[in-house]
Design a protein around this ligand. Structure first.
Ligand SMILES: Cc1ncc(COP(=O)(O)O)c(C=O)c1O
Length: 368
């Protein structure tokens, strides 16, 4: 069986270190707050080359809190790509703001710059570019548009740890940026975890207050906040995994290269694009295919796990159906019927990727 993800295999050479940090945390009983959290926030912001990092409970909270920190105009519209995980839209709605869905680019599957321009109105207050699948959005263009229309930019980096655009890490372009460390992410905890990155002291302080019951110290409640903290156990695990992230990212890029080498002659498949100015970190390896259901069945029958990200675009999920403007979403809808995610994680070796390629090529040789 070639698994889509294998978190057990991923940590086989750091398991002892992880058990050690868990044991130490139990011994010192610093479960909320604590040294590991400080170390992680420090190391992660340094790795990204950002000024501030705040650990929070998960990536969805990171988005919710980051949006709240910007004090966007009540009832204003936030531009959200229609092809993303639901959290991106949920966080907007939970802030009592309006989601305006933006179609995607046919080649990158990322938020369409043309459609951003079409969707901006006088009531637009922010854009959330999502670096989906690990591929960076064209941040210079997005920042130009945002500046022209005085819009805030919240980067959703949940799938793009250490991805780069023009040699700068994602998460350092917008006003504020959000990361998820859900276990299956490129950098994943052993439970839920997330972080908010910014270069603004004001935004960082506001996020910190929101996430800590409205204050910066115990028993200080200046504003109405909530509880969303990165816990010390998860931070300890993340500290160990963060040291491996560059290596794991290289593995993912190498795996993508093998797919490209063995699938690029296949006319039934569209492979992911990667321009020279962008560093794709391949959280997911998404290809566009003909006869999708048949191919998935064939691969599954041959013990290859696959997935779809996402089978339904957000304008079609029941909770978001009421949002208007569905008719303007064309490209994302078409693509959602053709895309498939192949295994790409650092747990895979060259032989396994070659087996997957061979099977895909065999499938099309027989069916076309
Ligand atoms: C694009 C995107 N945004 C936000 C999130 C939310 O992160 P979390 O699951 O940590 O709440 C995810 C995670 O699945 C995601 O993929």
């Amino acid at each position: 069986m070639i698994k889509f993800a294998d978190l057990n295999l991923q940590i086989r050479d750091i398991k002892k270190e992880i058990l050690n940090t868990i044991s130490k945390t139990i011994d010192n009983s610093a479960f909320v707050g604590g040294e590991n959290v400080k170390i992680f926030e420090n190391n992660f912001k340094k790795d990204l080359n950002a000024k501030y990092c705040l650990g929070v409970a998960n990536g969805t909270d990171a988005l919710e809190i980051a949006i709240e920190s910007l004090n966007l105009k009540k009832n204003s519209e936030v531009l959200v790509p229609v092809n993303t995980w639901i959290s991106t839209a949920e966080a907007v709605i939970r802030n009592n703001l309006k989601v305006k869905f933006v179609d995607i680019d046919d080649n990158t599957y990322l938020i369409s710059l043309d459609d951003i321009r079409k969707k901006i109105t006088k009531n637009t207050s922010a854009i959330i570019p999502v670096h989906l699948y690990g591929y960076p959005c064209k941040m210079d263009e997005i920042l130009k548009i945002a500046k022209k229309h005085k819009l805030k930019v919240i980067e959703d980096c949940a799938q793009a740890h250490f991805a780069e655009y023009k040699s700068k890490k994602v998460g350092t372009f917008g006003d504020v940026s959000c990361f998820s460390f859900f276990p299956g992410k490129n950098l994943g905890a052993m439970g839920d975890a997330g972080a908010i990155i910014t270069n603004s002291k004001k935004i960082h302080t506001k996020c910190k207050m929101i996430a800590n019951h409205g204050g910066l110290k115990k028993n200080s409640h200046i504003i109405i906040g909530r509880n969303s903290r990165l816990d010390n156990l998860q931070a300890g695990i993340l500290n160990i995994k963060l040291k491996k992230l560059n290596f794991w990212t290289k593995q993912r890029i190498k795996n993508a290269g093998i797919y490209e080498k063995f699938l690029n002659q296949n006319k039934n498949i569209v492979l992911p694009v990667h321009e020279s100015k962008s560093k794709h970190v391949y959280h997911l390896y998404v290809i566009k295919v003909k006869q999708r259901s048949k191919l998935i069945r064939f691969l599954n029958k041959n013990n290859i796990q696959t997935s779809i990200h996402y089978p339904k675009i957000l304008s079609e999920v029941p909770a978001l159906k009421k949002i208007t403007g569905k008719n303007s979403i064309i490209t994302a809808k078409q693509n959602s019927k053709k895309i498939i995610s192949l295994p790409i994680g650092e747990h895979l070796n060259e032989t396994q990727i070659k087996i997957i390629c061979k099977l895909i090529n065999k499938f099309y040789n027989h069916t076309t």
